[in-house]
Design a protein around this ligand. Structure first.
Ligand code: FES
Length: 159
């Protein structure tokens, strides 16, 4: 036979456990209710303190149709078409995933299947906005190309 105080301790422990389970289940249920769940805000990244990225390519090396992946350097692609050289952000305008190159035709987003042509225009949603064009400069005539990921330029801009 158990002593009286042991039974009280066990009952208290059971009550405490039930209270915990009730609270935990209420939180889970609230999160699971349609329209009640809070969508976490999109991660807001601090601006890149060094947005100007130096590539190892010169203008002469960028021939029409060429797309170079700089997602690791600064989340962008350097590309060239018949009109010249340009840079596009690799950040999908739908929810911010990094798009993948499907050169020479364009880019595809692995998250929700948005597609963009080589110039960054949306060819298939859910994205509605084109990819941002970024400023490209040559350090000197014939020199290395650099891209400023913080500066957006009109989509027709080429160098
Ligand atoms: S984040 Fe690219 S399609 Fe949704």
């Amino acid at each position: 036979m158990m002593p009286e105080h042991s039974l009280a301790a066990i009952e208290a422990a059971v009550q405490s456990r039930r209270a915990f389970c009730a609270s935990f289940c209420a939180v889970i249920a609230a999160a699971a209710l349609p329209g009640q769940a809070q969508t976490p805000p999109l991660a807001e990244k601090a601006p890149d303190p060094q947005p100007v990225k130096l590539t190892e390519l010169t203008r002469a090396e960028m021939t029409p149709g060429k797309v170079v992946d700089y997602r690791k350097l600064g989340a962008f692609y350097l590309a060239a078409d018949d009109r010249g050289i340009f840079a596009l952000t690799a950040i999908c305008t739908h929810r911010g995933c990094l798009v993948l190159s499907e050169a020479p035709t364009g880019f595809g987003c692995p998250c929700h299947d948005s597609a963009y042509n080589l110039q960054g225009e949306v060819t298939e949603g859910p994205a509605k906005l084109p990819l941002r064009h970024l400023e490209v400069k040559a350090l000197e005539p014939g020199g290395l190309l650099q891209v400023d990921t913080a500066t957006t330029v009109p989509p027709e801009t080429r160098i």
